[in-house]
Write a new protein. Structure first.
Length: 566
């Protein structure tokens, strides 16, 4: 029964790992882990999620027709000035805007270097031949003079400072459209020191002679490719996400948009729309109470958009109306996102283990404030978890120690009665009763802890704080694999040591599996981030120490049961 218990634990662990692995791949639209996937398409043209036509008949009037390419043969809207880009910088952001529509087409996070070249800041938003990820806004509707300004309308850039100076706390860049359809759109982006949320004010002026009722759209458009440099061994979600009070946080797969199967909360007065990737996100935020229609849509080949439309109401001739929005473009830091909008922190997605992951992250963050190093914070967190689960672990290891003490009797009995399986089973149960040993006594304590450690796994995998965070010596980035494979080798050795300290199963096949399975799972850790390997290695070492102490106290001297594969 002792070997059965261990086999059950390994099977549970094995299936958990396989299912998690498979879910990651399916969740992100990938094929089987160990088979190559076809190369992803690259976006060949900038996103055009709204119509650029001048005629009223081709102007989108609802979310269902918003994200469409321009209509062929329709003249483009007149440009106020030649198309150009303007770049503005704060202490944390460097953003580039296009005079066509006043759209945000390039965004660098100055406090987060690229993984491949740490001399360059991380590029989040971009519009180039190989990549499209932009933030756009415009008006839906038309007046007597034609269509209202959209994100394809040429706008004039108002001169002003382009870099945040010492002592200055905010910086603005302003775009003004020409009169179109009896409407003029003035768009002002305001960046603040130390902030990743950008205020965006839209002032709509009725320059005509009749009332107008435009709608404002805010959207994020990006290609369906995975972020550059993402590991194929641990996939995370990339794509649109929405949050409303009614439906809460829900992600939308690109393939579901492609197949017309995307299910979203289309109407709300709260929430946000976002584009999410590993560690970073962008999101459009409107004030609670503002009516909006949410949408997701395929724009073009390998090009998708997510956004919201809000009515501005009727604007009388000569009058103006302004509406404020915010665009978040930055790292997924929970404590920061919680302050920006309800539910925004959920873009850092822990899945079904959120209820465990959030307090674990909070505790990890508190330890970091105390220790000042994320690597040592991981070690301290695992130590605290081991202390919290000490009695559960003690019960499991005590059961294993008892099983180890009577294992010679079991082995002798199995050999003696190997040709009488029914009598062997009866004799085994008699020994268990006499020795007051429960062969399954170590299973439950270990199974109770599995969700906690899986939750901690997701915390470490999802936390941008691990990105480029050093630990000691050769570990300069806890989010990247160990460059010298020292931690994975130590982790493999600790797993094998744990196996050696356990009683050897009498069945040769089970004995082989007990050694082969740790080796199989250890291979994956050579490609995992160093922070994850550190957490697992720390857990293994503390488990070995506790098991050694409990065995010694129970009078069962630790001994190494080496494999016999003959």
């Amino acid at each position: 029964m002792n070997d059965i218990r261990r086999t059950i634990l390994w099977v549970i662990f094995g299936f958990s790992m396989v299912l998690l692995w498979d879910k990651w791949q399916i969740h992100n639209g990938n094929k089987a882990t160990f088979f190559p996937a076809p190369p992803a398409q690259t976006a060949s043209a900038p996103a055009t999620p709204a119509s650029a036509s001048a005629g009223a008949s081709s102007v989108p009037v609802a979310a269902a027709t918003l994200a469409q390419p321009p209509v062929d043969g329709v003249p483009a809207q007149p440009a106020a000035t030649p198309r150009q880009r303007v770049t503005v910088s704060t202490d944390v952001l460097r953003l580039a805007f296009d005079s066509e529509g006043g759209s945000l087409v390039h965004g660098e996070l100055l406090q987060y270097p690229e993984m491949e070249d740490k001399s360059k800041p991380f590029l989040l938003l971009d519009e180039s031949a190989n990549r499209v990820y932009v933030a756009q806004t415009g008006l839906i509707g038309s007046g007597a003079g034609g269509a209202f300004p959209t994100h394809k309308t040429g706008m004039a850039i108002v001169p002003g400072p382009r870099e945040l100076q010492d002592g200055q706390n905010e910086l603005s860049v302003r775009f003004e459209s020409p009169d179109l359809g009896g409407v003029k759109l003035v768009k002002t982006w305001t960046l603040k020191r130390g902030a990743y949320d950008v205020a965006v004010r839209h002032e709509v002026v009725n320059t005509g002679t009749a009332p107008v009722s435009p709608q404002l759209y805010l959207q994020l458009a990006r290609d369906g490719n995975k972020p550059p440099g993402e590991s194929s061994f641990y996939s995370t979600f990339t794509g649109p996400a929405l949050y409303t009070e009614a439906k809460k946080y829900h992600k939308v797969e690109f393939k579901d948009i492609e197949n017309g199967k995307a299910e979203i909360d289309k109407n709300s007065t709260n929430g946000y729309v976002a584009m999410v990737q590993h560690y970073f996100a962008t999101a459009w935020l409107l004030a609670d109470g503002t009516q909006r229609d949410n949408f997701v849509r395929k724009v073009d080949t390998n090009l998708y958009s997510v956004g919201m439309i809000t009515p501005l109401g009727e604007i009388a001739p000569g009058q103006a109306k302004a509406i404020d929005a915010r665009l978040f473009a930055g790292p997924q830091i929970e404590t920061m996102m919680e302050k920006l909008s309800p539910g925004l922190e959920l873009v850092k997605d822990y899945g079904w283990l959120t209820i465990l992951s959030k307090p674990l992250y909070w505790l990890l963050d508190q330890l970091h404030k105390l220790l000042g190093n994320w690597g040592w914070s991981i070690v301290a967190l695992v130590l605290l978890l081991k202390i919290a689960f000490y009695w559960l672990n003690a019960k499991a290891y005590s059961s294993m120690a008892k099983m180890k003490a009577i294992n010679p009797r079991i082995m002798e009995m199995r050999e003696r009665l190997k040709d009488k399986p029914q009598q062997m089973q009866q004799e085994m149960m008699r020994i268990y009763r006499e020795e007051k040993v429960n062969p399954m006594g170590g299973c439950l304590p270990i199974m109770v802890q599995i969700p906690v450690f899986i939750a901690l796994y997701w915390v470490l995998l999802s936390s941008v704080e691990m990105r480029n965070a050093p630990w000691i010596g050769w570990i300069r980035d806890l989010s990247s694999p160990d460059p010298f494979f020292i931690l994975p080798l130590l982790m493999t050795a600790s797993s094998l040591l744990q196996t050696a300290l356990n009683p050897a199963p009498p069945d040769p096949m089970q004995a082989k599996m007990m050694w082969i399975m740790p080796l199989m799972f250890s291979v994956m850790f050579f490609f995992f981030p160093a922070g994850l390997v550190l957490y697992w290695l720390t857990n293994n070492i503390l488990s070995i120490v506790q098991q050694w102490i409990i065995n010694t106290r129970m009078g069962v001297p630790p001994q190494f049961n080496l494999p016999k594969f003959r």
